[in-house]
Design a protein around this ligand. Sequence first.
Ligand code: PLP
Length: 381
Amino acid sequence: MRRIYLDNAATTAVSPRVLEAMLPYFTQAHGNASSIHGFGREAKRAVETARRQVMKALNAAAPQEVYFTAGGTESDNWAIKGAALARQGGHIITTAIEHHAVLHTCQWLENQGFSVTYLPVDEFGRVAAAQVEKALREDTILVSVMAANNEVGTIQPVAEIGALCRERGVLFHTDAVQAVGAMPIDVQAMKIDLLSLSGHKIHGPKGAGALYVRKGVKLDAFIHGGAQERGFRAGTENVPAIVGLGTAIEDACENLAENAAHMTALRQRLIDGLMTRISGTRLNGHPTERLPGNANLSFDRVEGEALLLRLDLMGVAGSSGSACTSGTLDPSHVLMALGLTQAQANGALRLTIGTDTTAEEIDAVLDILPPIVEDLRRMQR
Ligand SMILES: *Cc1c(COP(=O)(O)O)cnc(C)c1O
């Protein structure tokens, strides 16, 4: 059976170029980057090359501002806990639609005595810089607003929020896991202090991520142990994964405009096609300020989970809500924050296009999906 993968917000395939770049570091170049012999130096060189690739992709000022982690979740945890614990108290501002890596970290900090404001979003999932401004307090230490949402694809006014925070002397963290490779990111122009990214969302390996920490920002160490990552994130470097991340981010940024145009065209073809073919369909998220590859739709009187199972039988892979919450019966916190009813939220289907998705695949889905919705609605009656 033909399989169509439209779940690129959950994870992407490692690209052939990334795999090829990684392979030598499992075998002949297997050294420990901390060793002083030739094997070690070779590994160290590879790690530092990757660090420069990430630096360049973000327009960071220096390679020392880039720290490698085990993924987006770890980067989010480190940014928020590291900033909070270095200040030993205070107030944090975030939004109601963050990834659980941010939300659950903030909730944990609340239990440790920090106070947190969760800003609401509008019906499109946008938060305004003015809302952040209003929420600022004397003791606010950190603002964490994601660059783009993983479920509905809404892009936030990061540069505006960054400028505001810089002006007020408050740290600004952004979870850019979905944004990197999908839209231009410039940590200097956007006045970002801390930025999380992940390898596996951009055709790199799973378990590889990075945290950008602007020079001068005080952050507590995250993993205690050896001197790796200048003592802030101890543990022997996962050299192949770091090499893969570096290659992936270089590829993503070099081809950004082209990839974004390709994905935007296919996303719009998919959204327009489904809206015209299926009555009672609503688009979740922002009509224009959205990630190139994100289509999130709710179909009246249809369960997203049932739809997913039927699609899977036809070889089409998608997601309902976020993958992290599917398996539980709770409707997505993001869709609820956008003001959807529980039924609308449960009827949501997220199809996310990748750089390798084709127009033929989209057309196939436009043929496959409408009869399934029709059938599920018939069964409802
Ligand atoms: C996937 C994702 C994460 C988590 O990254 P991992 O590398 O899977 O830990 C965090 N934030 C957002 C917005 C994501 O999409």
